[in-house]
Design a protein around this ligand. Sequence first.
Ligand code: SAH
Length: 340
Amino acid sequence: MNIYGKTLKMLEDYFKSNSENPAKAKIVFKAIYKEKVSSFFDIKNLSLPVLTKLSNDFTQELPGLIKMSESDEACKYLFRLTDGHTIETVLMKHDYGNGVCVSTQVGCNMNCVFCESGKLKKVRNLEVHEMVGQLLYLTDILHIPVSHVVLMGIGEPFDNYENVTSFIEIITEQLGLAIAARHVTISTSGITPKMLAYAKRQNLNSLAVSLHAPNDELRNQLMPINKKYPITGIIDAAKRYTENCNKKVTFAYIMIKGMNDSPELAHELAALLRGLNCYVNLIPYNKTRSTNYEPSDKEQIAIFFDILKQHGINVTVRRKFGTDMDAACGQLSSDYENSI
Ligand code: SAH
């Protein structure tokens, strides 16, 4: 078992089931995440039999780095997992700190027509330690400080709900990586039941919904998952989140030329979101290799933006990250697999 897959609670249960004091879990957590020990035998204040058992039961393995490509504002890492599959992680250098875009699955089943990751098809969910490992590689091996985490890499986080929630628990734990809860953002294509479960947790984490269309007819075309979980349910679940968690929800809206960027759709979007405690983030589409879509023109985005503003919607236009090196979130793909 990999120790980085264990939440503090799981580790406490491990000690309990071995008739040991569960408080030992805190010592272990602090040692591996704060003191960064690379051998269990370096953990202070635990007896040799306990350390021996730990090192028999657990490993501290991290994913292996295959390659990285860097630009001024982003850096993309390709990792190999123990079963040979590869995943991608992106570091985004903001002026307010470093953000890491974490992948949650090998491939993705959502099949959004505009998305490169969806072309991979889901192979499997990532294990908790494989998500924690993406972060630890950056913080511990490359010594890059990280303040923000977004679950916007390859995969649908809510299609891997249990592992994703454990991952968040570990990285936000004070004795763990201590990332501020509000600096962790889950992005979902709208898996309604899981959005509701997430809202129920009354957590402080941020939630983004990839909306991309204001009506079912258009959204069905762009995101097949909408046929299973249509817009009304998504808006209801988002509302529940804003109420239970007392936070704004973010709606991501990629702007694809001639597809979802007309003034009429802007009015329709404003009507849909009226009264909801939310932001809309307009994202110019990033051209990808295997899709034929184009980003909307700047003027078209400005018109769309103004209409939402006039309706009193909080709206921003996102700067593109790493477009020059193919590293934009949502554009993570199988480069490596294609090149071998
Ligand atoms: N499956 C989750 C997490 C992925 S987040 C979700 O859908 O939210 C990745 C984000 O990038 C999503 O909002 C996705 O719709 C968006 N995206 C995908 N391809 C893109 C592209 N070529 N340009 C801009 N955004 C893209």
